[in-house]
Design a protein around this ligand. Structure first.
Ligand SMILES: Nc1nc2c(ncn2[C@@H]2O[C@H](COP(=O)(O)OP(=O)(O)O)[C@@H](O)[C@H]2O)c(=O)[nH]1
Ligand SMILES: [Mg+2]
Length: 359
């Protein structure tokens, strides 16, 4: 999300490596564009080089290009539709214009990234506050007419919402309030926007002058949990993404770009969502699977197939790097570096796993 002409579609295109038409004006009301993006993973690439499988399947992140910001522009109907789209997301990526241009007008006149960031942030806080206030009013009324003590669920919800209201009014997003799992579960159906992890992405011009300072100031203004700030030269990255790989390499070398900003953004997205990858290897497929941080071996088995979770016996586990060094699965087993783990084993990022199960 972001203000009009901040470069949302440009960055989306760069991420998607797709060519959705970039319009100078946002088109509120239109269907949002969606893209499934592969998470760059050097571990998977290197394992695939060793196992030479028929198929290599990386982990994925889905991006949605929505139009416009919340209350700041557009009419109420559009902003309700937009809010609905945002509520469906697991995390929000806020695109903030930091590039100067004589040909692209800024909806507010001058380019001022920190002002825009502040506006967008306030929009998110306000959207949640409106929901909280409405619900609190309703709950207070219900509780007044209920029996003396009232149903404990309602009391509990009222207390959490009151705490959230206080936080939001002080400018604190819900993700920063340290709510426990039980409270978060209670709130899930609201899909609060400030409960979602937030990635602020400054869309810079081709030079990175002043960008480090901008990022530092944005971080200082948003010192909250699950909040990241980064920058990307949107147009440049989109142009690079549209080139043939060999040509892109040439350009990158000429411009002295080592790693695409884009890849960093995808990795940050993944990390913000508190996702990790475990890997499976073999002659048919090498694959990165997505699970939540803290998932167990059974959860991992279930990510592959429910049958594997149901019939789980144990998991053979080895770190990707020693496996690579050993030069193959059987070699790794012979060296005794493949461990046998039970149901409750907490999977780590980069574990290579073979699930043993009975049908
Ligand atoms: N100079 C410059 N122009 C850009 C950059 N990123 C986007 N633009 C231009 O800004 C305009 C609006 O971009 P768009 O991605 O459609 O913005 P959106 O409304 O947020 O989706 C387009 O004309 C883009 O070509 C950039 O990094 N530098
Ligand atoms: Mg757009």
């Amino acid at each position: 999300m972001g203000l009009a002409s901040a470069g949302k579609t440009t960055i989306f295109n760069a991420l998607a490596r797709a060519k959705v038409e970039v319009a100078t004006f946002a088109t509120p009301g239109g269907e949002p564009h969606r893209a499934v993006v592969h998470v760059p993973d050097a571990r998977l690439d290197r394992l695939a080089a060793l196992f030479k499988p028929k198929k290599v399947t990386p982990a994925e992140v889905r991006y949605v290009d929505v139009a416009g910001s919340l209350q700041s522009d557009g009419n109420p109907g559009q902003s309700a539709q937009l809010t609905g789209q945002l509520r469906n997301a697991d995390a929000l990526l806020l695109v903030v214009r930091a590039f100067a241009s004589d040909v692209v007008p800024h909806p507010l006149g001058q380019v001022d990234p920190l002002r825009d960031l502040n506006i967008l942030n306030e929009d998110l806080l306000l959207a949640d506050l409106t929901v909280v206030e409405k619900r609190l009013e309703r709950l207070e009324k219900d509780l007044r007419f209920a029996s003396k003590a009232g149903p404990s669920e309602a009391i509990r919800e009222r207390d959490v919402l009151a705490r959230i209201k206080e936080g939001l009014e002080a400018g604190r997003p819900i993700r920063d309030l340290g709510l426990g799992d039980a409270d978060l579960k209670l709130l899930r159906s609201y899909a609060f926007l400030t409960a979602k992890p937030l990635l602020v992405l400054f869309n810079t011009g081709d030079s990175d002058e002043g960008v480090a300072d901008l990022i530092a100031r944005a971080k200082a203004s948003l010192p909250y949990a699950q909040t990241e700030v980064a920058s990307l030269a949107g147009r440049l990255e989109m142009e690079l993404a549209e080139l043939e790989p060999a040509e892109a390499e040439e350009f990158k070398a000429a411009l002295g770009i080592e790693e695409l900003g884009l890849n960093r953004v995808i990795q940050i997205s993944y990390r913000l969502l508190q996702l990790i990858s475990f890997l499976t290897v073999g002659p048919d497929e090498c694959r990165a699977w997505t699970i939540r941080e803290g998932s167990t071996a059974v959860d991992a088995a279930g990510a592959i197939h429910t049958d594997l979770a149901r019939g789980f016996i144990r998991a053979e586990v080895v770190d990707w790097e020693p496996l690579l060094a050993a030069g193959g699965w059987n070699e790794a087993k012979r060296q005794g570096i493949v461990r046998s783990e039970g149901k409750t084993y907490v999977v780590r990022d980069g574990d290579v796993i073979n699930v043993l199960f009975s049908v």
